[in-house]
Design a protein around this ligand. Structure first.
Ligand code: ZN
Length: 136
């Protein structure tokens, strides 16, 4: 894995949290994006080489809404940037890690993403993400 690409934070309301994080990080939100398939709205902030991703559920049964109902707002996942997501999935599977989805899907911010199951990663939801190149 290359680096921590971003940290995903579950929030009740992007409208309230975007100004809060702009103040906290001293930088403006550079992008918002709705991911229809995941029923989430996202907002991104650059923090050096890494990013902060805010996630707001758009439906009661979205994973983010259910996460907040259970645990409250807070850190939802840590995303590691990888060069070749298929290779990393194979490497991690061979090492005994389990995935929520082991077929990468299109996520926010022009990325292919997949998630490891927290039960095999000390309770941390881990995302792998690979930049989608123009030629893909
Ligand atoms: Zn993410």
């Amino acid at each position: 894995m290359e680096k921590i690409e971003h940290i995903g934070i579950a929030v009740q309301s992007l409208n309230k949290s975007i100004p809060l994080f702009e103040k906290l990080l001293g930088t403006e939100c550079y992008k918002t994006e709705e991911i229809l398939s995941e029923m989430v709205n996202t907002a991104f902030f650059k923090t050096g080489d890494s990013k902060v991703e805010l996630l707001e559920g758009t439906e009661e049964n979205s994973v983010i809404s259910r996460f907040i109902a259970k645990k409250g707002e807070g850190i939802h996942h840590i995303a590691f940037g990888v060069e070749n997501i298929e290779e990393e999935i194979n490497r991690l599977k061979l090492s005994g890690f389990e995935f929520i989805n082991d077929v990468p899907k299109k996520g926010a911010d022009n990325k292919l993403v997949c998630f490891l199951h927290p039960k095999t990663t000390n309770g941390i939801l881990v995302e792998l993400c690979q930049e989608i190149n123009a030629e893909n």
